[in-house]
Unconditional design. Structure first.
Length: 159
């Protein structure tokens, strides 16, 4: 999807804002962030944030841990979970289906699917799960390499 297509789709879901991101790596083409807020809700953080690259189009959709829609992966709820509970459930799921789960480089457990990158989002004094649904963007080797800088910072506690 192009930036215009993502903005059009976002406007059907709720209020949206678009901003161009600074190019943090020369290999990445210009990128836009589209934030979608729930319709009819008082001003609040975005429920969903989409990232669109000029070269590859829509490459990342992040669901907010508090305000985002509930999303599940084959019955495994991914949004707003205590990360240790999500890890326990991901392990149980993998054992039940004789499958696998994976950890991110930061140690967050989630589905063994290259299109899902689990992040931690500070909510008060705890980290809650914030799934990112991704494809590899231009010039990157993996989804993890494609992570927008804003999403990398999202999992950090700030003083």
């Amino acid at each position: 999807m192009t930036v215009d297509e993502v903005v059009e789709a976002a406007q059907m879901l709720g209020q949206s804002s678009v901003s161009e991101l600074a190019r943090d790596h020369a290999i990445f083409s210009p990128t836009w962030k589209i934030e979608v807020h729930r319709r009819g809700v008082a001003p609040s953080p975005p429920a969903v944030t989409a990232y669109v690259s000029q070269a590859v189009g829509l490459f990342c959709v992040a669901a907010d841990a508090v305000h985002g829609p509930q999303v599940a992966y084959d019955g495994l709820t991914l949004v707003g979970r205590n990360l240790s509970e999500l890890e326990r459930d991901a392990i149980a799921y993998a054992e039940a289906v004789d499958g696998h789960f994976r950890y991110t480089p930061e140690g967050y457990a989630g589905p063994d699917d290259p299109g899902v990158v689990m992040r931690g989002q500070p909510v008060g004094q705890v980290l809650r799960s914030r799934p990112l649904f991704m494809v590899t963007r231009d010039g990157a080797n993996t989804e993890w390499d494609s992570l927008p800088r804003e999403e990398y910072r999202n999992g950090q506690f700030h003083a």
